[in-house]
Design a binder for this molecule. Structure first.
Ligand code: NAD
Ligand code: DAU
Length: 341
């Protein structure tokens, strides 16, 4: 594998993965193919474009555009696809699910068709722990568990996963899937809870905490997730699914208080707001299958959060233009106005 197509590579995890791969594999060429939706941002790859000019190409395009995907596959002699491209925010999927179905399900199908036609060495799908649904305390999901999706986002991601398995089973496309828990780290769009809370706290704006704040998420550092994807891409078995997470869950209220501690801000900034409809209370992953391939998470929650807070403190150039932009302001008003309880 030498010529990799990284779809959604201008987003949060995709851009971290692109940097990680170019640093680690000096003989790989990466083509980032991204529609640049509100969540895609070439600032995420600014340093990459400068440091790896000869081995990195950016192409703006939609994964649901079969003709353009075909052209890119042919012209760049792509031999592996890693698909990060997706609509990714649960709250936006509650406002309207169409773009989620179009990108996360239909777009995945278009990429699988291209993978089949060009006989790629590997098609890797980035999926999520949300496909298992909410998980009772005392249990952690394994890869063979049934899917219990509850939001339009998770249902769309599950549709993509099932299509991947169908292309492996029916056509022998060498597909692998990773299901990751919540990522935190540099370049995460500040609609997601951790960068939202950090940047609000820096500006003394209330932190809108959904419901009782006792929901649990496994917050992992984005580069640990990238390493897990790398391990599966090179050592995972075609047709197989691998969970990626720390295996340790934290309540949202604890995460919010820790952010305020790290920034020296008062807990009174926490503002309880009406809960997310259908809010999954807990996710938890059993990651033994990936650990058996030699992977392990390098950051505890505390270390991951500290690094993340520091990055947002030191990189206001990145998030201030997003938060002061018309798109974000309109979204924020629609999502949070009048929601206080
Ligand atoms: P993100 O929203 O930051 O980035 C998504 C990227 O996909 C953006 O650059 C966007 O422009 C691009 N995109 C969207 N629609 C597209 C289309 N039709 N064609 C081409 N590009 C398109 O997302 P993220 O948080 O980096 O997530 C990346 C992947 O990882 C997604 O598949 C998501 O479901 C999965 N995932 C995310 C997390 C998390 O905590 N963020 C955890 C597990 C899995
Ligand atoms: O679990 C993996 C998933 O993690 C990914 O597949 C998704 O793409 C990613 O967005 C994320 O989904 P969540 O819904 O878990 O992330 P979010 O940051 O939106 O919310 C995390 C938790 O924080 C969740 O319990 C809801 C809560 N929350 C969120 C927001 C935005 C709040 O309390 N207040 C908020 O304002």
């Amino acid at each position: 594998m030498r010529n990799l197509l990284i779809t959604g590579g201008a987003g949060f995890i995709g851009s971290n993965f692109v940097r990680y791969m170019l640093e680690k594999y000096p003989d790989y060429r990466l083509v980032v193919y991204d529609k640049l939706t509100y969540a895609g941002n070439l600032d995420n790859l600014k340093d990459v474009a400068q440091r790896f000019a000869g081995r990195y190409t950016f192409i703006q395009g939609d994964i649901a555009d079969a003709a353009k995907v075909d052209e890119v596959m042919r012209e760049h002699e792509i031999d592996a696809i890693v698909n990060f491209a997706a609509e990714t925010h649960v709250d936006r999927s509650l406002m309207g699910a169409g773009s989620f179905i179009q990108t996360d399900v239909y777009g995945t199908y278009v990429l699988l068709e291209a993978a089949k036609k060009y006989g790629v060495e590997r098609y890797h799908q980035i999926s999520t722990d949300e496909v298992y649904g909410e998980i009772p305390e005392g249990y952690s999901s394994v890869e063979t568990d049934p899917l219990h999706t509850r939001s339009p986002y998770s249902a769309s991601k599950a549709g993509g996963d099932l299509m991947c398995i169908a292309y492996f089973t029916s056509f022998g496309v060498p597909v692998t899937i990773t299901r990751g828990s919540n990522n935190i780290g540099p370049y995460q769009y500040p609609e997601k809870v951790v960068p939202l809370f950090i940047t609000n706290a820096i500006d003394d704006i209330p932190l809108p905490l959904y419901g009782d704040g006792r929901q649990m998420r496994d917050y992992q550092y984005v580069l640990d997730h990238c390493e897990g994807i790398d391990v599966v891409l090179h050592r995972g078995q075609p047709g197989e699914i691998y969970n990626v997470g720390t295996g340790v869950e934290t309540q949202n209220i604890v995460m919010a208080r820790r952010i305020l501690d790290l920034l020296g801000k008062p807990y009174s900034l926490i503002q309880p707001v009406k809960d997310r409809p259908g809010h999954d209370r807990r996710y938890s992953l059993n990651c033994d299958k990936l650990k058996a391939l030699g992977w392990e998470s390098r950051h505890t929650f505390e270390q991951a959060l500290e690094k993340t807070v520091r990055w947002y403190v030191e990189n206001e150039w990145w998030w201030r233009p997003i938060k002061s932009g018309a798109h974000f302001e309109e979204y924020y008003t629609r999502q949070y106005q009048g929601r206080e309880i």
